[in-house]
Design a protein around this ligand. Structure first.
Ligand code: SAM
Length: 224
C-alpha cells in the first residue's frame, strides 16, 4: 500500500529526533529498511545531507526511487539486506532504522550497522518493545503475525546494543502512544494490491488494540 512513515510517531517524530543531532550537508546518512523513502527524502531535502536508502523489498525500492525522482533528490537507493550489506566499513556518520530491526536477525544486522558506521558515528533506532513479558500464547500470536524471531523489552535492546559495541546509549519514550501519530500517514498505492493485504491491515490494527499498553516502542540513540 506504500505507507510512508511506517513507524510509530511517523515523520514528525523523525524530525524531532534529528533536531537533536548535529547533521549538516557533509553528513552521510544510511536509512536502513527505508520503505517508500519518506525519511530519506526529508533528510536529503532538509539538511542537504548525502543520503543512502536501502531496503530488502523490491516494491519499496521502486517506490523510494520514484519519490527521489519526483522531488529530484540525489538519494542513492539500494536493494539489499542489512544482515549482509556490501558497502565499505566506516562509511556513514549516521545510520537510522525505523521499525526494521524487529523483523531481522538482530545480532547480524547490528554487527553490519556497527561496521558501516564511522568511529564516533551515531546509530538511531525507533523499534518495537514490549512493556512486560507476555504469556507464551500471546507471544506466539504476535511473533507469528509479524514474523518476528523475538519480542524484546527496552533493557533487552540495550543489552544487544552494548554487546555489539555501541556506547552512550540513550533511550527515549515517545510522548504519544503508538495509536497517536502526529503526522497523517501517506499512501503510495500500487496499481494492484492483493486482496489479502486488506485483511492483514485489519489484523494488524486488531493486534495493536488487543496489546495496547504492552506493545510499545522506544527510540535508541547510540554512538560507535
Ligand atoms: C515497518 S517497515 C518501515 C519502513 C520505513 N523505515 C518507514 O518507517 O516507513 C519495515 C521495512 O523494513 C524492510 N526490511 C525488512 N527486512 C529487511 C532487511 N533484512 N534488510 C533491509 N530492509 C528490510 C521492509 O521491506 C520494510 O520496508
Amino acid at each position: 500500500m506504500g505507507v510512508g512513515g511506517a513507524h510509530p510517531g511517523g515523520l514528525n517524530l523523525t524530525k524531532e529526533i534529528f533536531n537533536g543531532e548535529k547533521i549538516n550537508s557533509n553528513s552521510h546518512i544510511l536509512d536502513v529498511g527505508c520503505g517508500t523513502g519518506q525519511t530519506a527524502a526529508y533528510l536529503a531535502a532538509h539538511y542537504g545531507a548525502k543520503v543512502t536508502a536501502m531496503d530488502i523489498n523490491p516494491i519499496m525500492i521502486e517506490k523510494a526511487k520514484s519519490r527521489m525522482k519526483q522531488y529530484q533528490l540525489p538519494v542513492e537507493v539500494i536493494q539489499g539486506s542489512i544482515e549482509d550489506f556490501p558497502l565499505k566499513d566506516n562509511t556513514f556518520d549516521f545510520i537510522l532504522s525505523e521499525s526494521v530491526l524487529s523483523f531481522v536477525n538482530k545480532p547480524r544486522a547490528l554487527k553490519e550497522i556497527f561496521r558501516l558506521l564511522k568511529n564516533g558515528g551515531r546509530f538511531i533506532a525507533n523499534e518495537l518493545t514490549i512493556n512486560k513479558p507476555l504469556n507464551p500464547s500471546n507471544e506466539k500470536e504476535i511473533k507469528q503475525f509479524y514474523g518476528l524471531d523475538s519480542l524484546l523489552g527496552e533493557t533487552d535492546w540495550v543489552a544487544l546494543f552494548e554487546q555489539t559495541g555501541f556506547k552512550n546509549i540513550k533511550v527515549l519514550m515517545q510522548k504519544n502512544s503508538m495509536f497517536q501519530n502526529d503526522s497523517m500517514p501517506e499512501f503510495q498505492y500500487s496499481k494492484y494490491i492483493e486482496p489479502n493485504l486488506y485483511t492483514i491491515m485489519i489484523q494488524h490494527l486488531n493486534i495493536l488494540m488487543k496489546y495496547q499498553g504492552i506493545l510499545d516502542n522506544r527510540i535508541f540513540l547510540c554512538t560507535k
